[in-house]
Design a protein around this ligand. Structure first.
Ligand SMILES: Nc1nc2c(ncn2[C@@H]2O[C@H](COP(=O)(O)OP(=O)(O)OP(=O)(O)O)[C@@H](O)[C@H]2O)c(=O)[nH]1
Ligand SMILES: [Mg+2]
Length: 369
């Protein structure tokens, strides 16, 4: 077991124990990063991380993942620190959740449930709400044990929030029906948006992609007159938003801000966001924005590239833009410049570099060869 950190939060916050498991000592560093991210996600969802439990186990136990002995250790920690909720960094089966809950007496959720919970908190438009509901139902369906059994778990707290006022459904047949309805409605929304985009087909389309919190919305605000929500919470943007980017004296482009990416985003979740992510697929150019101050910036670049590849958008021309250079050491910027010679550097917050970026976009689309 390894003790890591405690984040402060309001007194009412749920007290959370994070659990990370890995099969080899070598993966430990990756696990530490993943747990750091899990702690940020937990704080975004309103929880307070009290303890972190790390286990290296070469073979996972199918019943409890970590093994009964370790589950008992968790139970002790929960008692000592008065823990309300355990969040596993790994996806768990319904049986594993049930078994560990039985031993610890504490509610358990996994990383995906936490992410879906944050998504449901941040969905604002009808489209985003429907997409989140679809992702939640698709995640729950294979994990339902029997009719009604799970219902008592939906008492409230992190991991139980559903889109809008709707309580999450628990009946398998009704879930299936609802999934079909949601898919149908979303398809319709997607078609309407497609028609809208066709109407603007003569205007170049740019889509800003990047890891969550890289500064996508801030960049669109800096380049246009948009006033998109920005915050240091993860996944503040769930609804795609298109703004006009004007480069004087007469050049016009469209620029879209979309949901951010994250490592190990569940596949179903990406699929549920098809209508939103169509912005990516139909863009003429992508701006791949990176938080240059992030310790693991290069891992994040790879993650974003992987998601783009999964979406079949990796062939669209992409411009790498490092953001937040107002907080970057000069030597680090130098190193990144050498490694990524075609990248641009900006500070969306102060506007630094945005003029050059606009000129670059203008030249890309309008300069005659
Ligand atoms: N110091 C500094 N902070 C910045 C800069 N650009 C953005 N930020 C901050 O970074 C955080 C995330 O910015 P957002 O624009 O919300 O990032 P995003 O990529 O849209 O994030 P999600 O929508 O949550 O995925 C906010 O707290 C911003 O104020 C910058 O150039 N410098
Ligand atoms: Mg955003």
């Amino acid at each position: 077991m390894k003790k890591t950190r405690t984040t402060s939060n309001e007194n009412t916050a749920e007290k959370v124990l994070l659990v990370g498991v890995t099969q080899t000592q070598k993966e430990r560093w990756l696990l530490a990063q993943s747990l750091e991210e899990l702690a940020n996600l937990t704080a975004t969802a309103g929880g307070e991380v009290i303890e972190t439990f790390v286990q290296i186990k070469s073979r996972f136990d199918p019943a409890t993942l970590i093994g009964t002995g370790k589950a008992r250790e968790l139970a002790e920690i929960c008692q000592t620190f008065d823990i309300d909720l355990i969040i596993f960094d790994k996806e768990l089966s319904a049986a594993q959740i049930r078994n560990i809950e039985k031993i610890t007496g504490v509610r358990i959720i996994d990383r995906t449930t936490l992410i879906l919970d944050i998504f449901s908190m941040h969905a604002r438009t009808k489209e985003a709400k429907l997409q989140v509901e679809l992702a939640q139902l698709e995640y729950r369906l294979p994990r339902l044990v029997g009719f009604g059994i799970e219902y008592s778990r939906l008492g409230g707290g992190i991991g139980t929030r559903g889109p809008g006022e709707k309580k999450l459904e628990v009946d398998r047949r009704r879930i299936q029906q609802r999934i079909s309805t949601l898919k149908r409605v979303l398809k319709k929304i997607e078609r309407t948006k497609q028609v809208q985009r066709k109407g603007r087909k003569n205007i170049p389309k740019i889509c800003v992609v990047g890891y969550t919190n890289a500064g996508k919305s801030s960049l669109v605000n800096a380049l246009t007159k948009a006033q998109l929500v920005t915050s240091d919470k993860l996944f503040s943007t769930l609804d795609s938003n298109t703004s006009v980017l004007f480069v004087p004296p007469r050049h016009k482009m469209l620029i879209s801000d979309i949901v951010g990416f994250l490592k190990n985003l569940p596949h179903d979740l990406i699929a549920s966001f098809h209508a939103t992510l169509a912005e990516v697929m139909e863009a003429d150019m992508l701006i791949h924005i990176v938080d240059a101050t992030a310790e693991d910036a290069e891992m994040k670049i790879l993650t974003v590239n992987n998601v783009l590849e999964e979406m079949d958008a990796h062939k669209t021309p992409a411009l790498l833009v490092f953001n937040k250079i107002d907080r970057l050491f000069e030597e680090e910027q130098q190193r990144l410049t050498e490694k990524y010679p075609n990248a641009l550097f900006v500070a969306a917050k102060t506007g630094k570099g945005c003029y050059d970026l606009k000129q670059h976009l203008k030249n890309f689309f309008f300069k005659k060869p």
